[in-house]
Design a protein. Structure first.
Length: 151
């Protein structure tokens, strides 16, 4: 009898933890840098910011703060600025094309999403690793007086 109760209790707990991804009212997990590969994320690790997108002419970042061969994620503006080669700056939306999480790092030549592992090239934001279905949209920028501005 005890064994049956333990098995039923275990099954009930397992079923309670297996809710559909994105169910309203479902408990949300604490933010982490990346979910385990076998489990879907119940909440984006870097949930999209609630601020408005940057406006034309707005300073995004100082050019000196964008490493050559890397980039900088401006979370509150939902933009990532990269510098593939010295003096060559690119900007893209920081919103992953898979599920809308914000990318959070730029390393080893890629822009990285923590939610499901999508990776984009710093040169053109094309998809290096899925599940992202398409590249990050480009943002028009210019460099002026050592600052990167949205144009």
């Amino acid at each position: 009898m005890k064994r049956r109760m333990v098995l039923l209790s275990t099954a009930a707990l397992a079923g309670a933890g297996c809710s559909k991804y994105g169910d309203e009212g479902a408990p949300q997990a604490a933010a982490t840098s990346a979910p385990p590969a076998s489990e879907p994320a119940s909440a984006p690790a870097t949930a999209p910011a609630t601020t408005s997108p940057p406006s034309q002419g707005e300073v995004l970042v100082k050019a000196a703060d964008v490493p050559v061969g890397g980039g900088t994620v401006i979370t509150d503006k939902k933009v990532v600025v990269t510098q593939p080669k010295a003096g060559e700056f690119k900007a893209f939306s920081a919103v992953c094309t898979h599920e809308g999480c914000l990318v959070n790092t730029v390393s080893d030549g890629t822009i990285n999403c923590p939610c499901h592992g999508s990776k984009y090239r710093i040169t053109d934001a094309s998809v290096v690793a899925g599940p992202a279905p398409r590249p990050l949209p480009a943002e028009a920028i210019t460099e002026k007086d050592g600052e990167i501005l949205l144009t």
